[in-house]
Design a protein around this ligand. Structure first.
Ligand code: FAD
Length: 470
C-alpha cells in the first residue's frame, strides 16, 4: 500500500496533504529563511491517531518533522531544503500537531492547565485567566506558538526572568516514541520520583526524541498590581549598569527587555506608530538605548518601581512609568513589534545567543565589526531579554542560505564567553556550532540516547545533533 493511502486510513484523506499548494504553508518557517519541499503533511486529530501515524512511518526511513505553530526561529520545524549545512537525505513527512488543540475542562485545580500539544499559548493564557490564574510564560508569537513547540524548544520569553522557561512550567507530559510506545511522565511523581527523567529529556529535545501529544503546565497567581517603565539612556554600558542595579534591588522584576534606539525608530517607521514620549532629558528618541522594565506584585508595585528607578537612574535618562493597561501597552508596543518590523526589512539571519551581562557591550561591538567586515551594507539589529542574558541578533544582508554571517555572530558570542544557543534552541541553524563548542562526552551520550529512542534516526535528523551520528 502507498504511504499516502496508509496514512489516509489513519487520519482521513483530507488530512494527508501531498499536493504542493496545500503543503506550502507548512514548508517554510516564519522568517522565510528555512524551508524546502516535504513529501507530505499529515494532520492527526487525536493521540491515538498520532500513534497510528507513527506506526505507519516507523521503519520507512522517511524523516519525520513534528510541527506545532511553525513559529520556531532556528529552522527545526520545517524541511531543510538547502539552507544551513544539513542537506536533506529525502523529503520528510511533516507531522502537524495543530489539530490536537483541546484544553481540558475537567481540571478541578486552577493551579494547572492540561491541553493537547497543538493548543496555542494564547488559548492557554485565556483559559488560565478564566480561572483567575495566569501562565508563567509569554512571548510575542503567543497566537500561534503551541504547547508542544514551546516544550520541545524549552521556550523562554519575556517572563523567564521571573518564572523560568517551559522546563519550569511543565508538570506532566505525554508523548509517542518511534518504538510505538506511549509514555506519560509526571514531574517528580513517577515511579516514586526515582529513575530516569524521560519526560524531562523531551523538553528541549526539538522533536528529535519523541512526539509530544499533550501536557499539563502550572499556572501562577496573577499579580495584584503591574507597573511598566520605559527608560531611555545614552548608551549600552548605562543600560547594563541599570540592569545590574535593578536585579540587585528589592523590586520584583517580571520582564527586563533591551531595545536599541534605532530598533524603536524602525518599529515606528515600519508599523506606523509614534516615537515614545518620556519625561527627562531631551535625547533623540531614535538614538541611544531603551530598557523596558516590568514589575508585578502586591499593591504599591507602581510606587516601588518608580522609587527604585529614581534611586538608580543617572543623568541623561528619560523615563516613563505606567500602571494602566493602555499606558503599559503603549510602552510594550515597540518590543512586541520588533521582530515583525525586522521581517519588513528583509529575510533575517536570526541568531539567538546567551552572553554574560558584563560582556554584552563588548559582544555587540564585536558582532557589529565582524558583520561589517563581511557585509558592509548589512542591516543589524540586536535586542533581547537582557535580564537573563538572552540576545536576539538579526542580520539582513547576504543570501538566507549563506552561513558566513552566522559564523561571524556566533564566533563573537563564543569569544565573549557566551553560548551559541539561547532560548530559541539549536535547530539546524546552530547544530554545527553547538557540536563544535559543546562537551564531547555529553554529546556522545546524547547521540546514544537518540539512537536508543529513535534507532532509525528518523525524528528531525540534523536538528540539535548533526546527522553525523545517524
Ligand atoms: C515574533 C516571535 C517572537 C518569539 N519570541 C520568542 C521568545 O521570546 N522566546 C522564545 O523562546 N521563543 C520565541 N519565539 C520562537 C518560537 O515562538 C518558539 O520557539 C516556540 O516555542 C515554537 O512553538 P511552535 O509551536 O511554533 O513550534 P514549531 O515552530 O512548530 O516547532 C519548533 C520545534 O519544536 C518541535 N516540535 C513542535 N511541536 C512538537 C511536538 N508536539 N512534539 C515534539 N516536537 C515538536 C519542532 O520539530 C521544532 O524542532 C518567537 C517567535 C516569533 C515568530
Amino acid at each position: 500500500m502507498q504511504l499516502e493511502e496508509a496514512l489516509a486510513r489513519v487520519v482521513g484523506a483530507e488530512h494527508v496533504l501531498a499536493d504542493p499548494d496545500r503543503r506550502a504553508g507548512y514548508e517554510r518557517d516564519w522568517t522565510g529563511r528555512f524551508g524546502g519541499p516535504a513529501r507530505l503533511v499529515v494532520r492527526p486529530r487525536s493521540v491515538s491517531e498520532v500513534g497510528g501515524v507513527i506506526e505507519v512511518l516507523a521503519g520507512t526511513g522517511i524523516p519525520v518533522i513534528a510541527q506545532g505553530g511553525n513559529t520556531g526561529l532556528v529552522g527545526g520545524g520545517v524541511p531543510r531544503g538547502t539552507a544551513g549545512r544539513s542537506s536533506e537525505r529525502e523529503p520528510p513527512a511533516i507531522l502537524s500537531l495543530a489539530r490536537l488543540c483541546a484544553i481540558s475542562e475537567k481540571e478541578s485545580d486552577p493551579s494547572a492547565v492540561t491541553a493537547g500539544a497543538g493548543a496555542t499559548l494564547e488559548s492557554l493564557q485565556a483559559h488560565a485567566g478564566r480561572t483567575g490564574m495566569q501562565i508563567g510564560l509569554d512571548l510575542a508569537a503567543r497566537s500561534r506558538a503551541t504547547l508542544g513547540g514551546l516544550l520541545a524548544t524549552n521556550a523562554g520569553g519575556t517572563q523567564a526572568v521571573r518564572y523560568g522557561t517551559m522546563r519550569d512550567q511543565v508538570l506532566r507530559l505525554e508523548a509517542w516514541l518511534m518504538s510505538g510506545e506511549r509514555i506519560s511522565w509526571e514531574s517528580g511523581g513517577q515511579m516514586e520520583g526515582h529513575g530516569y527523567d524521560l519526560g524531562g529529556l523531551l523538553v528541549g529535545s526539538e522533536g528529535t526524541l519523541g512526539i509530544i501529544t499533550g501536557a499539563t503546565v502550572r499556572t501562577v497567581v496573577p499579580p495584584r498590581e503591574r507597573a511598566t517603565a520605559l527608560v531611555h539612556l545614552p548608551d549600552l554600558p548605562s543600560i547594563v549598569s541599570l540592569v545590574g542595579e535593578l536585579m540587585a534591588s528589592a523590586v520584583v522584576l517580571d520582564a527586563v527587555e533591551w531595545m536599541s534606539g534605532s530598533g524603536v525608530a524602525m518599529v515606528c517607521e515600519k508599523i506606523g506608530i509614534g516615537l515614545p514620549e518620556l519625561d527627562g532629558d531631551r535625547l533623540d528618541p531614535g538614538a541611544g538605548e531603551y530598557l523596558l522594565v516590568e514589575s508585578a506584585g502586591e499593591p504599591g508595585t507602581f510606587r516601588a518601581l518608580g522609587l527604585a528607578l529614581e534611586r538608580v537612574l543617572t543623568a541623561g535618562a528619560a523615563v516613563g512609568v505606567a500602571s494602566t493597561t493602555e499606558a503599559r501597552r503603549r510602552m510594550w508596543i515597540y518590543r512586541d513589534h520588533l521582530s515583525e518590523a525586522i521581517q519588513r526589512v528583509g529575510v533575517p539571519h536570526k541568531l539567538d545567543v546567551r552572553v554574560p551581562l558584563g560582556a554584552l557591550a563588548e559582544f555587540v561591538d564585536m558582532a557589529e565589526d565582524a558583520v561589517q567586515a563581511i557585509a558592509s551594507h548589512a542591516f543589524l539589529q540586536v535586542f533581547g531579554h537582557i535580564g537573563v542574558g538572552d540576545l536576539h541578533v538579526n542580520v539582513v544582508s547576504r543570501e538566507p542560505s549563506d552561513m558566513v554571517v552566522d559564523d561571524a555572530v556566533l564566533g563573537a558570542a563564543v569569544a565573549c564567553g557566551g553560548r551559541v544557543a539561547g532560548e530559541h534552541g539549536v535547530g539546524v541553524a546552530k547544530a554545527e556550532w553547538f557540536e563544535r563548542t559543546g562537551d564531547e562526552a555529553l554529546l556522545s551520550a546524547w547521540r546514544r540516547v537518540k539512537r536508543a529512542l529513535d534507532p532509525g534516526w528518523q525524528l528531525n535528523p540534523g536538528v540539535l545533533l548533526s546527522a553525523k551520528g545517524a
